[in-house]
Design a protein around this ligand. Structure first.
Ligand code: C2O
Ligand code: CU
Ligand code: CU
Length: 569
């Protein structure tokens, strides 16, 4: 109670006065009763399949919209999983075009990543299965078929993938009815009530920008709230539109989570830019508002480049009651290990360019996507700086599969906004801006994608294949280990056995090699004893264990190294 009072006060400290001064000018209005109640897609049930097909749904009351979607639901069903689970779902393509499910932001094996090269053909099915080992957060899934991503997503094929874990529970954040996912999209009023995907040449250049916002597929959406603290999970699932998110009275909100889960601390902001593919979770307290009033989540106007920057009302909040969510704004959230720039081993440049008006006008390093070409080989476990150099007058939200990165600087400036800090998989690169991010591939090896998440740009070929290497031949590696090395296993993921290699360079060391499960419990001791210097290789067979993540730890004279092993049956 005391703590809560304190937190509310501090939440309002900076802007409380301006909030109230703005009251009479229309930032906060009387409830007017128009609009449609905010919708929520169903949650995917355990064992349920995901079926891709066309269907008719009601988006605008009294009319039907033909959508391309999963399980006849627009937005697609929300998937909710617990960290440590093995997620598995049967995908059935019952439509006439190839499709995939890409799990945006989730670290999954290459063949589970739903890339264009791994399309599921009409009439076929595919089981996507992978362990969930990353931290709780708001993730995203959508189609990623070759040249069809933009159309599929525009027509409805996108949904939430929410990961929960025990760590998050300790912070006392608002939950259940007070934890609200908001998928923000825009559609063209000219084609209403259809989601007609008909980009002109100009649209292919700027992106297909609609003028009508939908939140969770709801036009003119409103949501009834209590005078209490809420968590909103904002996901920009638009093809190309960037939103400048703010409340209509410019009240501050707390940013608690970025693409890759909780930040290290809540940060107050009055507005933020949310680009396609990005997520941000915010806390907002309706306590200061009066029952019967309403305020609106908006996209505020900003410098208009290629039709971006339109002011839009996204979602109206009607304050209707006094219930309490019991949630708090914690002082601190989970610690983040920020990469150290002194550890950077190399810099890669990705030059974003645009030329002409034909297909292939959007390029990265002069290239357009070729699914059979590997564009970058990236060594495992080495810190790299990637520079996105935007030479165009357009926005490019750059997204990377298979890894979470950290934003380091914008045009050399390391003083970043709070929503740039934390784990990210998509970063907005503004016109003519250079954005530096720090990347270390630590999870799966294999082929992944780097692309612009403006989906018109992506389908036009603004995408590269990147390959995260896993050393299979350690003799070629650095021959001067400190005293011992433990190498990434191969294969990774594996079934049912994998190879673990390590090297020792002291004449005699006491060695213990063990396997732990995701909860840190000992599964098996593989070796214990004294070994002389040399390179050792051990096979570990997991056939008797369940699918999921394991950790192999090597203890040499009291020093520990460990690597992650992902076993997928
Ligand atoms: Cu959300 Cu490769 O994309
Ligand atoms: Cu992705
Ligand atoms: Cu782009």
């Amino acid at each position: 109670m005391k703590r809560r009072d304190f937190i509310i006060k501090s939440a309002l400290a900076g802007a409380a006065f301006s909030t109230y001064q703005l009251f009479p000018f229309g930032g906060v209005r009387k409830v007017n009763g128009v609009g449609n109640p905010l919708r929520f897609p169903p949650e995917l049930q355990q064992g349920e399949s995901l079926i891709f097909n066309a269907s008719n749904v009601e988006v605008w009351p009294g009319t039907t919209t033909q959508v391309l979607s999963l399980n006849n639901s627009y937005p697609c069903p929300t998937i909710r999983v617990q960290k440590g689970q093995n997620f598995s779902v049967l995908f059935k393509n019952q439509f006439t075009e190839e499709a995939t499910i890409h799990w945006h932001g989730l670290l999954v094996p290459e063949l589970m990543d739903g890339q264009p090269k791994d399309a599921v053909l009409p009439g076929n099915s595919y089981t996507y299965t992978f362990p969930i080992f990353q931290k709780a957060g708001t993730y995203f899934y959508h189609s990623h078929a070759h040249h069809l991503t933009a159309k599929h997503v525009y027509k409805g094929y996108a949904g939430f993938f929410i990961v929960e874990d025990d760590n998050e529970l300790q912070y006392g954040l608002p939950t259940s009815n007070y934890d609200i996912p908001l998928l923000i999209q825009d559609r063209h009023s000219a084609y209403q009530p259809q989601f007609t995907y008909a980009p002109t040449m100009m649209d292919r250049m700027t992106g297909y920008l609609g003028d009508v916002p939908l939140v969770n597929g709801t036009p003119e959406a409103y949501f009834e709230v209590q005078k209490t603290l809420y968590r909103f999970r904002l996901l920009n699932g638009s093809n190309a539109r960037i939103y400048k998110i703010a409340f209509s009275d410019n009240s501050p909100f707390w940013v608690i989570s970025t693409d890759g889960g909780l930040k290290d601390e809540p940060s107050q902001m009055n507005n933020l830019y949310l680009a396609p593919g990005e997520r941000v979770d915010i806390l907002f307290d309706f306590f200061p508002y009066t029952i019967g009033n309403s305020l609106t989540l908006q996209s505020q106007t900003f410098t208009v480049v290629g039709n971006q920057g339109l002011q839009m009302d996204l979602l109206r909040f009607d304050v209707v009651g006094n219930l309490s969510s019991g949630g708090i704004v914690p002082q601190n959230l989970s610690a983040i290990n920020y990469h150290n720039i002194n550890d950077i081993q190399r810099t890669r440049n990705f030059v974003l360019s645009q030329s002409g008006m034909g297909s292939g006008m959007h390029r990265i390093n002069g290239l357009t996507y070729d699914m059979n070409r590997i564009d970058e080989q990236i060594p495992f476990s080495e810190l790299e700086e990637w520079k996105f150099v935007n030479t165009t007058n357009n926005f490019h939200p750059m997204h990377v599969h298979g890894v979470m990165f950290q934003v380091y600087s914008r045009n050399g400036n390391t003083n970043l906004q709070p929503n740039d800090k934390g784990w990210k998989d998509t970063v907005l690169v503004n016109p003519n801006e250079t954005v530096s991010v720090l990347v270390k591939c630590n999870d799966y090896s294999g082929i992944y994608l780097l692309h612009c998440h403006n989906l018109e740009h992506e389908d036009d070929g603004m995408m590269l294949n990147i390959k995260f290497d896993s050393p299979t031949n350690i003799e070629e590696e650095n021959t001067q280990p400190e005293t011992f090395e433990l190498y990434p296993n191969y294969p990774n993921p594996f079934n049912p056995s994998t190879n673990i290699k390590y090297s020792l360079d002291k004449p005699s060391s006491s060695v213990k090699l063990s396997i732990f499960n995701n909860n840190g419990e000992l599964v098996e001791n593989i070796f214990e004893g004294t070994q002389s210097s040399g390179v050792f290789s051990v096979e570990w067979n997991a056939a008797n264990y369940s699918s999921g993540n394991y950790f192999c730890s090597l203890l040499v004279d009291g020093l520990l190294k460990s690597i992650k092993l992902s076993y997928i049956k």
